[in-house]
Write a protein that binds this ligand. Structure first.
Ligand SMILES: CNc1ncnc2c1ncn2[C@@H]1O[C@H](COP(=O)(O)O)[C@@H](O)[C@H]1O
Ligand SMILES: [Zn+2]
Length: 344
């Protein structure tokens, strides 16, 4: 028996920086920018509330208005890192879209540098968490920007001593087509960046997923509509299984964003029962008002998982990180805690 949920060590592999901003950080940002007249109801989707995915993307626009200087980015990133650590997360892969803000003079390069600075400061302050960064490509910005972003990510991968580990493809899934991003994604892969791609987050992306799975990516975000029962196909499932590509699964995000009708209908069960690498993640803990330990509890209560099943789930996530240099030390950490968790 495990004594308390805090005792579980966790791995977070899918967290968008600006979607992870907590209520208390939003309050600090609002105090910095009272003229924007932004209330908390505009930046988060509370318990029991649902939004269309499109409405979720409007929420990100509001948060971006609040987070538009280097100082904001530094505060937001440090707060988010500390909050994940307080929740028991020992390894965090943050992802974020570099943004240029004309009005404040923030450049994309400074944006990434500031996130890296936040990671370094937390490390120096002794926060008990390892953090790595994925540079995100927002599909709404098109192929040319994607290629520039890959160059930026490559530069930072080389200059940060391995803190930048990969590239993410995200943004409104109903905008654009994955084929336009193939050259950028191929280039990223060839230069050693790991790829995590949001795939089949909405129905009718089967063609795109088929194409992007050929790269192949190193991990898949959501993959909600990959399997045949929900309009995907066996060929998509076979591709994912052939490469043993881990899935990053975000229960509350999908339920609140209404791509999944209820927790019990979540595709976690499909992949988990198959024994496929499935990693529970938050996606946007601020916007969806959750945290990683809550997502584990939800998975446990919905799918009847024991404490030991949860430990195994989080333990297996170690093999899915983009930081192979840390895997041995993380395994060690998990094994040291195991006897106290289960009183072996
Ligand atoms: C809900 N499902 C989702 N699907 C696709 N992309 C998402 C997302 N949730 C977040 N993002 C992506 O992350 C950005 C916010 O963080 P950053 O400014 O990059 O730190 C959003 O603008 C979107 O591009
Ligand atoms: Zn996501």
């Amino acid at each position: 028996m495990m004594s308390s949920k805090e005792a579980l060590s966790l791995m977070e592999l899918h967290a968008h920086l600006n979607g992870s901003v907590s209520f208390s950080t939003i309050e600090k940002l609002v105090a910095r920018k009272p003229h924007l007249n932004i209330e908390h109801g505009m930046t988060a989707i509370r318990s029991g509330q649902r939004r269309t995915l499109d409405e979720c993307f409007q929420v990100f626009k509001v948060i971006h208005q609040l987070v538009d200087t280097e100082e904001d980015i530094l505060m937001v990133a440090k707060d988010v890192i500390r909050e994940f650590a307080a929740d028991g997360v020992k390894y965090l892969e943050l992802r974020s879209t570099p943004r240029k803000e004309k009005t404040t003079g923030m450049t994309k390069r400074r944006y990434v540098e500031t996130v890296i600075e936040a990671i370094r400061q937390c490390k120096n302050e002794g926060v008990d968490i390892e953090v790595r960064f994925l540079v995100a490509v927002d599909r709404r910005n098109g192929a040319e920007v994607a290629m520039e972003t890959v160059k930026l990510a490559e530069d930072f991968m080389l200059s940060t001593g391995g803190l930048v580990v990969g590239l993410d493809l995200s943004g409104d899934p109903t905008v654009g087509h994955g084929r336009d991003f193939l050259p950028a994604l191929q280039k990223a892969k060839n230069c050693g960046l790991k790829l995590s791609l949001h795939l089949s987050e909405v129905p009718s992306q089967a063609d795109e997923s088929e194409l992007l799975l050929n790269i192949p990516p190193d991990r898949i975000g959501h993959g909600t509509f990959l399997h045949p029962e929900v309009g995907g196909s066996q060929s998509l499932v076979d591709k994912v299984r052939k490469h043993n590509t881990p899935l990053e699964l975000c229960l509350t995000s999908n339920v609140k964003g209404q791509t999944v009708s209820s927790y019990s209908q979540h595709h976690f069960l499909y992949w988990y029962q198959m024994g496929h690498p499935s990693v529970i993640c938050t996606d946007d803990k601020g916007v969806f008002c959750t945290d990683l330990s809550q997502e584990y509890q939800l998975a446990a209560s919905t799918f009847n998982l024991s404490q030991e099943d949860m430990w195994t789930l989080s333990h297996k996530a170690i093999d899915c990180t983009f930081a192979p240099d840390l895997q041995q030390q993380l395994h060690q950490k998990w094994l040291e805690l195991q006897p106290t968790l289960f009183q072996l």
